[in-house]
Design a protein around this ligand. Structure first.
Ligand code: PEP
Length: 263
């Protein structure tokens, strides 16, 4: 059996009506039955549809996650939703998505705390990293990845994070998402993605005793057409999918590509 079970996430971002969200959950459950998909599947709907999705997906093989969540458990934070609250509904979390970094100006301090709290709560926790276009064109990709990984492991929170990861390395997923490939139709070269995934695993080994157990996803305009190219890569264990996760057939084809490619 493969050391790392493939994992595909569907990040719905700020999309879907309530009807659309419930229909998509039902379609995924219906269409995923045959052939058997041996890929861990996690959906990240908007907060407001989480309760509906949790009801439909309960007891199913599809896991539910949140796109963000605060490490603070409660308090005077208008508009905030805490991981403590979310953990009653979901068992997975996205941290550090490039849209959180760029649109909400969020930084390492928040990500580090979210990672620690989420792992302490036994949430399947995906940390998103990746270079933007300017960084890529300036040849800074590896430097950016090193910084984005190293910075969350700094200081007392970082020390706690390393302990949490060592306790359960399978609960941390790193999503390598070149920002220039997200939602653009531009796809990174599979050979580059393999090199970057290998580099990420090496960087993680500075903080984790079992980097071979940490799963690494590629994200950036993944479709049913190109998923097989990424599934074939040694250090890539799945995908984080935005646009194509809004259609049941497309999303499940990607999940199947990883199921086939990794077994
Ligand atoms: C994402 O939202 O993380 C993503 C990769 O989006 P898309 O698949 O649409 O590029």
């Amino acid at each position: 059996m493969a050391e790392r079970k493939p994992i595909v996430g569907g990040n719905w971002k700020m999309n879907m009506t309530r009807d659309g969200a419930t229909q998509l959950c039902h379609s995924l459950l219906l269409e995923a039955v045959e052939p058997q998909i041996d890929t861990e599947i996690v959906l990240y709907p908007p907060y407001v549809w989480l309760t509906d999705a949790a009801t439909i997906l309960s007891e199913s093989f599809i896991r539910l996650g949140a796109q963000d969540g605060l490490a603070e458990s409660n308090g005077a934070i208008t508009g905030g939703v805490s991981l403590t609250m979310l953990s009653e509904l979901v068992d997975a979390l996205l941290v550090g998505h490039s849209e959180r970094r760029s649109i909400f100006s969020e930084t390492t301090d928040k990500f580090s705390q979210q990672l620690v709290s989420a792992l302490d709560m036994n949430l399947l926790t995906t940390y998103c990293i990746g270079e933007n276009q300017t960084e890529q064109e300036s040849g800074l990709t590896y430097q950016v990845l090193e910084e984005q990984i190293g910075s969350v492991f700094e200081g007392a929170t970082g020390h706690h994070l390393a302990q949490a990861v060592n306790k359960n390395p399978g609960a941390l997923v790193i999503a390598y998402e070149p920002v220039w490939a997200i939602g653009t139709g531009l796809v990174a070269q599979p050979t580059d993605v393999q090199d970057r995934a290998e580099f990420i695993r090496k960087e993680i080994s500075n903080y984790c005793d079992a980097p071979q157990l940490i799963r690494i996803q590629y994200g950036g305009s993944v479709t049913q057409k190109n998923a097989g190219d990424f599934a074939a890569l040694k250090d890539v264990d799945g995908a984080l999918v935005g646009g194509a996760s809004l259609n049941a057939e497309d999303f499940l084809s990607i999940c199947r590509a990883f199921s086939v490619g990794k077994h």
